[in-house]
Design a binder for this molecule. Structure first.
Ligand code: 9MG
Length: 353
C-alpha cells in the first residue's frame, strides 16, 4: 500500500533553530533544540517512490491528514525514557559479559571486571549501562537462557549502586524477567520481540522500558546477503510494526525507543543510508537510539581491522547521529564519545548549553 514518509533536512541548531521556529520558517525536531527548514516528502512503496522537497512551512500548511499526523510525530517533544530527560544526547555504555564479544573479546568476561568496567563507564558520563551476555556479532551462535542469565544477573546485581540506568541486552524473556528483578530498567532487544515474543509480555508486566531494534536475519547468517527494496523505508516500516506489536502487548508508547540496527543484516551502503537518513525515523514518534560503535562498516569506510582502532570513526558516527537528533548513542568508549559530543555541542549550541 502506498504510504507517505517525511525526511526532515536543512537543519538548524540552538538559537538559530529557536528563532526560525518562532518566525514560522522551521519546525522542531522531536521537540528539541534542533529544527528543520526543509523536508523530503517521499510517497509510494519501498523501491517505487517519488520524492519531492518542500519547505517545512509549506508542509505545515497542508491540511492532508496523513501528513499532519506524520509532522505531529516528528515535532512532538519526547517524554522521559526510563526516567531520563532526552534534551541532550545520552550515552549508553556497553558492557559485554561474553567470552567472544567482537570488540573487547574476553576482556570483561568475569563478574568483577564487568562491574568495574560499568563503574568506569558511569564515571565517564554514561547515563545508561547496557549489559549483555549473548554475542550478536555477525556469525555468532545463540546461547541458552540459563547460561546467559548466569553471566548477566550477577553483574546487574553488582552495579545497583551506580548513578546510571541499567539496561539488559537480551532476546530472551526469561533473562529479561530475571534482569528486571535484579534491577534493570531497560530491555534492549535486538530482535524487537521477534526471537521470543514472550519478552513483550515480560516488559509490560515488569514495567521495563524497551529498545526495539531492526535486524534482518539471525546473527549467524545475517551478513550473508542482506537485501532490501529500500533499506531506509523497509526499516521504518518494520519498526513501525514492532512499535504497534509492543503497544498491543501492553507496553506504553512512552516506554519505547527504536533503533535501525546498524550492522545487523546490512551492507556498508545500507548502514550509510540509514545513518545519513536518521531524521526520517523521528516520524515514528519515539526516541531514537543509534549504535555505530566499532562496527565493521567503519572499517569498510576508513580501515581498522581491529575493532578497537575504530574509535575515531565511531565518535564521528555518534556525532553524525546526534546532529540529526538521535537521543541515545550506544558506545564502547564513553569518555571519548563524550569529548566528541561535547566539542560538537559547544560549536552548535554554545558553551552555556
Ligand atoms: C546489542 N547490540 C549490539 N549492537 C547494537 C545496536 O546497534 N543497537 C542496539 N540497540 N543493541 C545493540
Amino acid at each position: 500500500m502506498a504510504k507517505l514518509y517525511v525526511r526532515p533536512i536543512g537543519l538548524l541548531y540552538g538559537a538559530a533553530a529557536t528563532a526560525a521556529v518562532a518566525d514560522g520558517l522551521a519546525l522542531p525536531l522531536a521537540g528539541g533544540s534542533i529544527a528543520f527548514t526543509l523536508a523530503e516528502l517521499i510517497e509510494g512503496v519501498p523501491g517505487k517512490t517519488k520524492t519531492r522537497t518542500f519547505t517545512a512551512h509549506a508542509l505545515a500548511a497542508s491540511g492532508e491528514a496523513e501528513l499532519k499526523a506524520m509532522l505531529a510525530r516528528i515535532t512532538a517533544k519526547r517524554a522521559r525514557f526510563a526516567g531520563l530527560a532526552l534534551d541532550r544526547p545520552l550515552l549508553m555504555g556497553i558492557v559485554n559479559v561474553t567470552p567472544d564479544s567482537f570488540s573487547d573479546g574476553g576482556l570483561y568476561d568475569s563478574k568483577e571486571a564487568a562491574i568495574a568496567h560499568a563503574a568506569e563507564l558511569a564515571a565517564a558520563g554514561a547515563a545508561i549501562i547496557d549489559i549483555g551476555g549473548e554475542s550478536t556479532r555477525p556469525g555468532s551462535d545463540p546461547v541458552e537462557a540459563e547460561e546467559e542469565a548466569s553471566r548477566v544477573i550477577p553483574v546487574i546485581e553488582g552495579v545497583s549502586g551506580l548513578p546510571a540506568v541499567i539496561s539488559v541486552d537480551t532476546r530472551k524473556a526469561a533473562v529479561a524477567r530475571a534482569a528486571a528483578k535484579a534491577g534493570a530498567k531497560i530491555l534492549n532487544d535486538v530482535s524487537a520481540f521477534t526471537y521470543d515474543p514472550e519478552s513483550a509480555n515480560v516488559a509490560a508486566e515488569t514495567d521495563l522500558s524497551v529498545v526495539l531494534m531492526h535486524a534482518q536475519g539471525e546473527p549467524k547468517t545475517m551478513q550473508d546477503n542482506p537485501r532490501y527494496d529500500d533499506v531506509v523505508l523497509d526499516v521504518f516500516d518494520y519498526l513501525e510494526a514492532r512499535i504497534a506489536a509492543a503497544v498491543k502487548a501492553g507496553i506504553d508508547r512512552s516506554n519505547i525507543t527504536v533503533d535501525p540496527g546498524l550492522g545487523f543484516g546490512k551492507t556498508l551502503a545500507h548502514n550509510l543510508a540509514l545513518l545519513s537518513h536518521t531524521t526520517l525515523f523521528h516520524g515514528l514518534g519515539v526516541p531514537l537510539l543509534i549504535g555505530a560503535s566499532r562496527k565493521r562498516f567503519i572499517q569498510g569506510l576508513v580501515g581498522g581491522v581491529d575493532p578497537r582502532v575504530r574509535e575515531p570513526g565511531s565518535h564521528a558516527a555518534a556525532v553524525a547521529a546526534a546532529a540529526q537528533g538521535a537521543q541515545i548513542l550506544r558506545v564502547h568508549d564513553v569518555a571519548g564519545a563524550s569529548q566528541a559530543l561535547g566539542v560538537w555541542r559547544a560549536t552548535v549550541f554554545g558553551t552555556e548549553n
